[in-house]
Structures are given as structure tokens and as C-alpha cells.
Design a protein around this ligand. Structure first.
Ligand code: SF4
Ligand code: SF4
Length: 498
């Protein structure tokens, strides 16, 4: 006889209410008392329908339980199972081959230089874990105007029917090639207008070269700016130093204040790299928002091989999670009062939950997002730009469709056996390829070193999301997806910094 079991889901509680995060559909499902009792009764076991009814008898009317079972079955929160086959592992899902066309390019990250005027010890481009020699093989230090224009042409051509395309300037230190950036923006705007599109510009910088005329230009041209900065002076100067060892805080802080004063058309964000030595997240957040004036702050643990002294260990991840939670609950308090809060990590995850993000791939690298090296080589993303092993083509000759298809197929979530039973996979999908490459030597590996952290943080975000959904649902309307066109199921993540 067929039994009933819970489908793949993650139960959680928020605002005194029970919820289910349904893994196959990535939907969040609020439970009433009857459905919560059904879920609770089925946790860790499968039951014949009659036994399930018997266990709930006295608390709920049979008709009510039956209606609830039918509703839960419709949402695939419960499934019929054959008890004779209970001991067998679930069949491996067949990998979904991602249709290659037409997937438009939505973000192009152009590395306008591979030089940097800082010498941050943890830098993934120049530090001990670099995957490529930035200036090897005749790679130019600065991208030429011509290559930048060709990159724009490539972007417009590959953006399909998308009305908006994002062009992000990156480095090295991006502003070392301000001359090319300054000429490329009007060119891109003109090319996009011819094609009936709009371009959104952004850049990441270490802030050291924000001269008044640069700030004017960025403000006048609505260029979104992300500043790589690690916090107050003692934290910033630990790793973010000039080549002579001098800390950069005293140079960066006044320039950023000027930028924030003048550039009001786009929110200016800070991007913090967390290390074993720089992990006081609350203090960093307060400094960057209250004392400097950033609109938002995002944190990311350093990408590094485990042996490095700045690598975050197990206790570091625990501390990080506790601090993320406490800042996350501050975000929640603000959301319940309809106020804005600048902790972008929680905002981004809540947005994904609200949109029902279910990722076949961890990010848009190699798909909706690509990176361009200074010589015009196209790679998976900005972090792989210049690496021959991760090259997809060039801005002149286009992308090698077969190489791209092979990459996407090899990295599909269904190929990652360790992730198959993980409830957090709709949001994580195995994590960043660059992190995996640095840790395990291959982009195909799931980032198993941070699963506990990912699941812990996702759980907190689910709770925060559930609380907001119950107590101030109007706050979530800002994340409603636009009516059309439909978004792809991968995320672009080009807010990296170093
Ligand atoms: S890497 Fe870990 S947390 Fe991420 S989907 Fe895989 S098993 Fe889950
Ligand atoms: S998540 Fe990693 S692989 Fe993806 S775009 Fe960001 S840096 Fe590149």
C-alpha cells in the first residue's frame, strides 16, 4: 500500500507561524495549523494514509485533514511513496541540458587594466592564490580604446532582445585606465541607442584615485560605484596597503566622502572582504554606514586556499554567521517599520527568496555574464579574465559555442552529487566557480567547505523573510519581478572587489 512522506522541503518557523521552503519549486509556503500538524507528524517518517489520519484524529476533522493532504500534495510538499522501496536511494536526477540559445548577455565585465596601485595580501589576481599571471603572454597592462569599443560591440550583439544591458568596469584598479573608461561610456551609450537599448554602467574601485574630475564624470554619467574597502583604519590598513606597505585608509576615506557628497544619482555601495583578521562585521558596518555614509555594505569571505593565514576557519565562520544574524535581525526591524537598512547580503537573499530563485548554476558566469581581459579575450567572468583555461572566445571573433555548452553542462547542479540532497541548493547551487577553483583546483567542485555557513545563513534569511511576509508584506513588493521579460534562472554576480 502507498505511504505518504514529506517531499523535499525545509520546515522553519517565523512570527510564531510554521513555513515550508519547498526545494524543487523554491517556493515558501505558509502552513495553517492542520498542515503544520501533518508536516510535523511526517517528519522523519512515512505513514500509511489511515495511520496518518489516526494520529491526527481528535485534533482535526477528517475532512479538514483530507483537504490539507490534497493541498500539500498539489504543492509537492508531500509525496506518495512505496514503503517496499523506502531503503533505496532516490534516483539521480537527469541533468538538464541548458538550452544555449537564445540566452542573452545581460552583464559584461570589462577589465580595463590588470595593474593595481595597491598590494592587498589576499588579492585573488596578484596574491598567492592567483590563477593566472596578469601580465604574462603579452597581455597588455591597459586595455586599449579599440578593444574597449570592440567589447561594447560584442556586448550589444550578444544581448539579444534585452532592452537593458549592464556594462561593468573592473581591474586591477579600474581607475588606472580612466582615460579609456571615459571614452567608452559615450560610445556604449550611442551604440545602445542605435540598437534601441539602454546601458547601465557601474565600476568597482579601491577608491584611491577618485580625483574631483573623476567623481564629476561618474556622477554626471550615472555610473554605479562599488568601493572595495574593509572598514575602519585599523582594519583597512591590515591588508589594503600600497606597494611600499603604507595603509590606504587615509587616502581612501576622504575621497569616498567626497564621492558620496557629490554622486547622489546612484546608491554607492561598499564591498568588504572578510578574513580571519578582519571579522568584526558589526563594527565595520557601523563605520561604513554611520561614519562614512555608504548607502549599502556587502560582505564576502576571502577567496583563498585553506592553508593561508588570512583564511577563515571553522570558528571564524561561526562568528561570521552569528554577526550576520544579528545584522540581519536589525534589517528585519527596519523592514517591519518600512525603513531601509543597508546590509545588502540579507537584502539580496530575500530578493532571491521572494522571486523564487532556483538556480541550475550558481551565477551567470559564462552565460548571462562574461568577463573580458585587457587583450579582448572573453572568459567566464572577471575573475577568470586572462586565464587561457577558462577562455570562451574573444570580443572580435565571438564565443566558442561548443566550449560554452560543455562548460554549462559540466557545471549544472544535477552534476554535483554532494548537493543533490541539500535543501539550500536552489540558492547556492554549489557556489562560486572561482572559489571552487582556488580551493579544489577545479571549477566543477561544489564548495563543500562552507555548506554549514550557507545553510545557516539561508535559514536565517528564510526566518527574516517569513517574519516580513507575515508582519509587513508591503515591504516585499519592491522585489516583485517585473511583468516581462522573464528573468533567467541564474544570477549575475559582478559586485566582486579585491
Ligand atoms: S555547496 Fe553545500 S550548501 Fe551549496 S548546494 Fe552544495 S551541499 Fe548545499
Ligand atoms: S560568483 Fe564567482 S564565478 Fe560567479 S561571477 Fe562571481 S566571481 Fe565569477
Amino acid at each position: 500500500m502507498t505511504h505518504i512522506a514529506l517531499g523535499e522541503c525545509h520546515p522553519f518557523e517565523a512570527a510564531g507561524r510554521h513555513f515550508l521552503y519547498l526545494v524543487p519549486s523554491a517556493a515558501v509556503f505558509a502552513l495553517d495549523d492542520t498542515s503544520a500538524a501533518v508536516v510535523d507528524t511526517l517528519r522523519g517518517r512515512q505513514l500509511a494514509p489511515a495511520e496518518l489520519m489516526a494520529r491526527l484524529a481528535g485534533r482535526f476533522e477528517p475532512a479538514e485533514v483530507e483537504a490539507t493532504l490534497s493541498e500539500l500534495a498539489g504543492a509537492r510538499a508531500i509525496l506518495p511513496v512505496d514503503p517496499a522501496r523506502a531503503a533505496e536511494p532516490p534516483p539521480a536526477p537527469a541533468p538538464n541540458i541548458i538550452p544555449l540559445t537564445p540566452i542573452p548577455l545581460s552583464t559584461l565585465v570589462v577589465n580595463v587594466t590588470n595593474r593595481c596601485n595597491l598590494s592587498c595580501a589576499y588579492c585573488y589576481e596578484y596574491g598567492e592564490d592567483k590563477i593566472t599571471e596578469p601580465t604574462a603572454g603579452g597581455m597588455p597592462k591597459l586595455m586599449s580604446e579599440e578593444t574597449a569599443r570592440e567589447s561594447v560591440d560584442f556586448m550589444i550583439e550578444r544581448s539579444g532582445n534585452s532592452p537593458v544591458v549592464r556594462l561593468t568596469f573592473f581591474g586591477g584598479e579600474t581607475l588606472l585606465n580612466f582615460a579609456v573608461l571615459e571614452k567608452t561610456i559615450p560610445y556604449a551609450r550611442a551604440r545602445a541607442a542605435e540598437a534601441g537599448k539602454r546601458v547601465e554602467f557601474s565600476l568597482t574601485t579601491n577608491g584611491t584615485l577618485l580625483r574631483p574630475e573623476v567623481i564629476e564624470f561618474l556622477a554626471d554619467n550615472d555610473v554605479g560605484v562599488t568601493i572595495s574597502i574593509d572598514g575602519p583604519k585599523e582594519m583597512q590598513d591590515k591588508f589594503r596597503v600600497f606597494h611600499d606597505g603604507r595603509g590606504s585608509y587615509d587616502v581612501v576615506a576622504p575621497k569616498v566622502r567626497e564621492l558620496l557628497k557629490r554622486h547622489r544619482s546612484r546608491p554607492i555601495g561598499a564591498r568588504v572582504t572578510l578574513t580571519s583578521d578582519v571579522l568584526d562585521i558589526t563594527r565595520i558596518y557601523r563605520h561604513l554606514t554611520d561614519e562614512i555614509g555608504f548607502w549599502e555594505v556587502g560582505f564576502a569571505p576571502v577567496t583563498t586556499s585553506p592553508g593561508r593565514s588570512h583564511a577563515i576557519g571553522e570558528t571564524g565562520f561561526e562568528s561570521m554567521l552569528a554577526q550576520f544574524r544579528s545584522l540581519g535581525y536589525e534589517f528585519l526591524e527596519a523592514a517591519l517599520e518600512g525603513r531601509r537598512h543597508g546590509f545588502s547580503n540579507v537584502r539580496d537573499t530575500i530578493e532571491e527568496l521572494h522571486k523564487g530563485a532556483s538556480k541550475a548554476l550558481p551565477c551567470g558566469a559564462g552565460l548571462g555574464l562574461m568577463g573580458v581581459a585587457t587583450n579582448g579575450d572573453v572568459a567566464l567572468c572577471h575573475r577568470f579574465a586572462g586565464s587561457d583555461d577558462h577562455k570562451l572566445g574573444t570580443v572580435r571573433d565571438g564565443v566558442d559555442g561548443a566550449a560554452q555548452e560543455a562548460f554549462l553542462d559540466a557545471h549544472h547542479i544535477d552534476r554535483k552529487t554532494d548537493c543533490r540532497t541539500c535543501w539550500a541548493r536552489p540558492l547556492c547551487a554549489g557556489g562560486c566557480y572561482h572559489e571552487a577553483h582556488t580551493r579544489y583546483g577545479t571549477t566543477e567542485a561544489p564548495n563543500l567547505h562552507y555548506c554549514e555557513w550557507i545553510r545557516g545563513w539561508t535559514e536565517s534569511c528564510l526566518e527574516i523573510y517569513g517574519e516580513i511576509a507575515e508582519r509587513n508584506p508591503a515591504f516585499l513588493r519592491q522585489f516583485d519581478p517585473p511583468p516581462a521579460p522573464a528573468a533567467t534562472e541564474v544570477n549575475d554576480d559582478a559586485s566582486e572587489a579585491r
